[in-house]
Design a protein around this ligand. Sequence first.
Ligand code: SAH
Ligand code: SF4
Ligand code: F3S
Length: 444
Amino acid sequence: MRQSNPPKTYRVKSFGCQMNVYDGERMAEMLGAKGITPAPEGEEADLVVLNTCHIREKAAEKVYSDIGRLKKPDGSKPLIAVAGCVAQAEGEEIMARAPAVSMVVGPQAYHRLPEMIDKAVAGERATDTDMPEDAKFAALPKRRKVGPSAFLTIQEGCDKFCTYCVVPYTRGAEISRPYSELLREAEGLVECGAREITLLGQNVNAWTGEDDKGRDVGMDGLVKALADLPDLQRIRYTTSHPNDMTDGIIAMHGEVDKLMPYLHLPVQSGSDRVLKAMNRSHTADSYLKLLERFRAVRPDIALSGDFIVGFPGESEAEFEETLQLVDAVRYSQAFSFKYSPRPGTPAATMEDQIALEVMDERLQRLQSALNRDQYAFNQASVGKTCDILVERKGKLAGQWLGKSPWLQSVFFEGDSAIGDMVRVELDEAGPNSLKGRVLESATS
Ligand code: SAH
Ligand code: SF4
Ligand code: F3S
């Protein structure tokens, strides 16, 4: 590896889940603290961080083709760091196959990126996929500018080992960030302009901690403490696992006004046999009963989920059980995927892998049911009055876009600004968004 000039500009490209988005923001902040600035639009940066996702499909291949394409205007390669879950899973291979990469850094080690950059400038390649005990978060700089809706990772890792999933291998064991550190970071986010905070974790509701009086608290205790921050107006959390749901978390949906009426609770399949083979350790029925308890305390709660079609051995009848579960729940939105065999996971070597055409056809049927329900949910919202947190300008002049409490995208026209909370009446529904009419607006 040749020596190079210290990078002046950077670009962080994040793929995958919201936790990767959060990590990408934190890496950008570290680079900022090192005096490196974001590259101007349309110009390749001196340093590119590819913050990768390994959850499905040919993720690694995509990384290699991205690396191949990166070029500065003079034809030279930028300094390239591969971060995220592909880095964790295939770090050594990346180093061997892609000489243009000078840094590989895993999701638990990215606080060490600044030192790695110094080494890379000196011509030394480095891989760091440790999962160190020392707190990554404590080593990161304070939060800077954030939008009105900010992410806050409170929990990382997964001990569930669903048989199809790479996350326990790429993100390591479940850990909870300390309560006081989270309150400090949340206060910082609010000071920087956040009006909504979404708490993140691979299993966010597995979070546990001790409050400042040394008492054990669960995620409900944390949410209640955050709700006391005066300028914070909305709280959300994602993603939850059915087995980590507690009475306290369910109850808080009826108690905390700032907690939005929305729950993302992946189920994956409606078939108990498939759920067992997935090692989900819940049944379709226990999942439905759990949702009923949420609806009992918060009747207007919008429900969302994740689904996998074509898990090895899934029969037509078992897939139809998933459709039945969807019919029973009536999701406001959901994410659905074709099963993708991940190297090193138990399901990848199970017998009876399902043909791609069968998966395609099942995914289409599932998505048309989910789209039908999403549209119906939006239509049922017409006539409601609610607050919209304005997140950005729309494409048309005078148009703004924000989110309803139920996480629907809502367009409206009028005088507004990013970060405003605007009262609207929802008066037109589309499949993916709604239109609202402003009733009154208050700058917050
Ligand atoms: N921890 C969360 C979700 C993490 S991954 C949970 O368990 O709910 C996000 C989603 O990706 C999963 O819910 C699942 O639907 C999907 N997913 C994970 N591994 C997959 C695979 N091998 N093939 C297809 N989809 C997968
Ligand atoms: Fe993956 Fe299952 Fe863990 Fe979710 S709970 S991250 S799907 S292993
Ligand atoms: Fe992808 Fe890693 Fe998130 S595999 S979904 S970036 S935890």
